[in-house]
Design a protein around this ligand. Structure first.
Ligand code: FAD
Length: 414
């Protein structure tokens, strides 16, 4: 029997599995699929809006309502968890200060706050007076360089200063004859130093003078110093701007975390769903894996449930608006979606705050605060109380609650 089974391989599940394995626990990580990192910016947002733009995310955690997962973990523990993850991944993948947000340009030329980012993005920090040259690749359709530069030039930096931005394009196929290449096609091509050098030469020819050359986030899939090579060859700072999925920076984080989890001895079971559980009284004894040959129990002393939120099917809404958690049947903060669905796209969407209540240890509770299963811990998007995508808090919630769950199982923080 394993010490722990972790369900879900998003940021929360991977973090929990790694933290448990580092503490010497035997772990099975089981997932039906890869989770949200492939769709993400490849950054770690702790708190970007509350509701206004946040400059100091840990300080702002103090102003969140008590029901918010960050409030229940506490600012110090949130900062400690994110710092631990950053140290695990190292400065080639994540840099920054959990106490201070940086403001980075997006693929539509807006400006988003985040706490930790990849080093290849950092020169793009939007500060007053900065000049950007945004260079697109004609073959990549999801990097509208003209729109990005136009919107940046129209924007005021969060520090109040003006910005200057222009756009330019290069025409450089990554693979001959490919009609619709993804960012990943280019990132893999950049792993080859010769292709990256050709790319840099083409960019240098059109970029013009600027403080920073902003490029689509395709500077290497495996090789993490491509951005340095390109900057040196161009002779100007460069920054990667994350793009719509498949997100190369997100995949870099996923690949690195999964490699660490495997190296740490975690058994990784992918492609199968957990469909239910067995218990002895309230204590969970096994979860049921829908394996190819039929249902199979995975036994453990403790369980970390990190299945994400609505977006990953962790919470179901049926045709009558009934909301349920399908694996453990955990109590949720709402049972009827009808009054929670709003017609205004940019308005508040209370449905996204629906989830599982937990105690201070991360164990699911009922409406009265009673713990439902003493050896089951919830981490990440399933926890109620955060509108994660709007607040830009989902990554921080995933990491902080995963570390909390692991530390509860191992008997304390390190
Ligand atoms: C549109 C959108 C935009 C967002 N933008 C941001 C943002 O900008 N910043 C931010 O911080 N957050 C954002 N979020 C929130 C984002 O979801 C979190 O940041 C983070 O990805 C949640 O991580 P997680 O590990 O909890 O869940 P996920 O990444 O969703 O991972 C869940 C994992 O559980 C697995 N799984 C689920 N059910 C089962 C099962 N029954 N059996 C086995 N495996 C299962 C899935 O396959 C997956 O691997 C956004 C969310 C959405 C929907």
């Amino acid at each position: 029997m394993k010490d722990a089974v972790v369900i879900g391989a998003g940021l929360a599940g991977l973090t929990a599995a790694l933290r448990l394995a580092r503490a010497g626990k035997s772990v099975t990580l089981v997932t039906k699929g890869p989770g949200g990192l492939h769709l993400s910016q490849g950054t770690v947002d702790i708190l970007g809006y509350a509701p206004d733009r946040v400059a100091a995310p840990l300080e702002a955690v103090g102003s969140l309502p008590a029901e918010h997962p960050h409030a229940s973990v506490g600012a110090e523990a949130v900062g400690g968890a994110v710092s631990w993850l950053a140290a695990e991944l190292g400065p080639d993948l994540l840099v920054g200060d959990p106490a201070r947000n940086v403001n980075l340009p997006t693929a539509v030329g807006s400006i988003r706050p985040t706490a930790l980012a990849q080093p290849s993005m950092m020169a793009g920090e939007v500060t007053g007076g900065k000049t950007f040259s945004v260079v697109g690749i004609k073959q990549i359709k999801d990097f509208p360089a003209d729109l990005i530069a136009g919107n940046l030039a129209r924007s005021t930096a969060p520090d109040g200063g003006a910005l200057t931005a222009r756009s330019a394009w290069i025409d450089l196929p990554a693979r001959k004859g490919e009609a619709d290449p993804t960012p990943l096609t280019y990132a893999r091509a950049m792993d080859d130093e010769a292709f990256a050098a050709t790319f840099a030469k083409a960019v240098a020819a059109v970029a013009g003078k600027a403080d920073v050359v902003a490029l689509p986030a395709v500077l290497g899939a495996k090789r993490l110093d491509v951005w340095r090579q390109v900057a040196e060859l161009i002779g100007t700072d460069v920054c990667e701007i994350p793009m719509p999925p498949p997100s190369v920076p997100g995949i870099r984080l996923y690949d690195a975390l999964l490699a660490k989890v495997r190296d740490a001895g975690v058994r990784f079971v992918q492609g199968s769903r957990i469909t239910g559980f067995e218990s002895d009284g309230d204590t969970v004894t096994s979860v049921t894996l829908a394996a190819a040959g039929g249902p199979r129990p995975l036994t453990a002393r403790s369980f970390v449930f990190a299945p994400g939120g609505f977006e990953s099917g962790a919470v179901d809404v049926d045709s009558k608006g009934g909301i349920t958690e399908p694996v453990f049947g955990l109590p949720l903060t709402a049972s009827d979606a009808t009054p929670l669905i709003q017609s205004v796209y940019w308005g508040p969407h209370p449905l996204f705050e629906v989830g599982v209540r937990t105690d201070a240890a991360g164990r699911p509770t009922d409406a009265g605060g009673a713990v439902v299963h003493p050896n089951l811990y919830v981490a990440g998007g399933l926890i109620a109380g955060a509108e994660r995508w709007r607040e830009k808090s989902g990554d921080g919630v995933a990491v902080a609650t995963a570390v909390r769950a692991a530390d509860q199982i191992t008997g304390g923080s390190r």
